[in-house]
Design a protein around this ligand. Structure first.
Ligand SMILES: NC(=O)c1ccc[n+]([C@@H]2O[C@H](COP(=O)([O-])OP(=O)(O)OC[C@H]3O[C@@H](n4cnc5c(N)ncnc54)[C@H](OP(=O)(O)O)[C@@H]3O)[C@@H](O)[C@H]2O)c1
Length: 245
């Protein structure tokens, strides 16, 4: 299978930002979508907009930190469309803070969302992909997986884990599966600074407003990785503003 039309793509964190932009981009190219996130109203707004524009999408209210919710997402794809071609693990939280603030619930949330969330996706989708003898993981990391900047220590560590797990999965994936890491730099979404400590949030929002690229830039990179012929693996893509250091 080549191209995007007809592919069944599940996306976590599809209720806003990069996930919603990716859903819209892929729907415009004829993908069939299963969209997951926690906020039901925002998720259904994305689904409804895609369907209103003639696209194919269904929503599943999921929390990626829950193993059974990822199973629900992949089961929905198989029941609704008969297969799953791509899982985009994009759900994330950028609630960064200096260590001295001891915001340990936020640390835990980043580990649970980025590390456990990714593993839950692998656990749910890998058996489906093996059965089909085809499938693609697209895992969203960050430029923070390449350069650590305070106070993003925990965030950077979890995104580095995403990078490491993605490479290890690629090595074990064999000839039939594809594994792609997409690492965005500053991207103009509501998630930048959300939940971060006030000083960190202000700095991030300021930088976002000055230099960020639109989420459609990340969406088209994900589309590029998906539309390659089945034997071609785009293993790693970093997409950032030209002015980002
Ligand atoms: N924007 C940037 O500058 C930037 C840069 C590098 C990497 N990234 C990464 O890109 C990804 C998307 O972020 P974004 O910028 O698009 O921010 P966003 O608009 O806040 O999107 C985050 C998405 O993740 C979902 N989410 C968060 N926790 C979840 C959970 N436990 N279960 C299910 N869904 C969950 C949110 O939906 P609900 O709240 O409805 O669940 C939302 O749809 C994240 O992994 C982020 O780390 C962003």
């Amino acid at each position: 299978m080549t191209g995007i039309a007809g592919r069944v793509v599940a996306i976590t964190g599809a209720s806003s930002g990069i996930g919603a932009a990716t859903a819209t981009h892929l729907a415009g190219k004829g993908a069939r979508l299963v969209l997951g996130a926690r906020r039901k109203d925002r998720l259904h707004a994305v689904v409804d907009q895609i369907v209103a524009q003639g696209g194919s999408a269904v929503g599943a209210v999921i929390d990626v930190t829950r193993r059974e919710d990822l199973k629900l997402l992949t089961d929905t794809a198989v029941h609704q469309f008969g297969r799953l071609d791509v899982l985009v693990s994009n759900a994330g939280t950028m609630a960064v803070s200096p260590f001295d603030e001891l915001l340990q619930d936020d640390w835990d949330a980043m580990v649970a969302t980025h590390v456990n969330g990714l593993l839950n996706g692998i656990g749910a989708a890998l058996p489906v992909f093996r059965r089909q003898h085809s499938g693609q993981f697209v895992n969203v990391a960050s430029t923070a997986a390449y350069i650590v900047k305070s106070p993003q220590g925990v965030y950077a560590a979890t995104k580095t884990a995403v990078k490491v797990l993605t490479e290890a999965l690629r090595q074990e994936s064999g000839p039939h599966l594809r594994v792609t890491l997409v690492s965005p730099g500053f991207t103009n979404t509501e998630g930048v600074g959300k939940g971060a400590s006030p000083e960190a949030a202000a700095a991030l929002v300021q930088q976002r407003d000055e230099i960020a690229i639109p989420p459609s830039a990340i969406a088209s990179a994900i589309g590029f990785a998906i539309e390659q012929p089945s034997g071609v693996d785009i293993s790693e893509v970093v997409v950032r503003p030209t002015v980002q250091t």
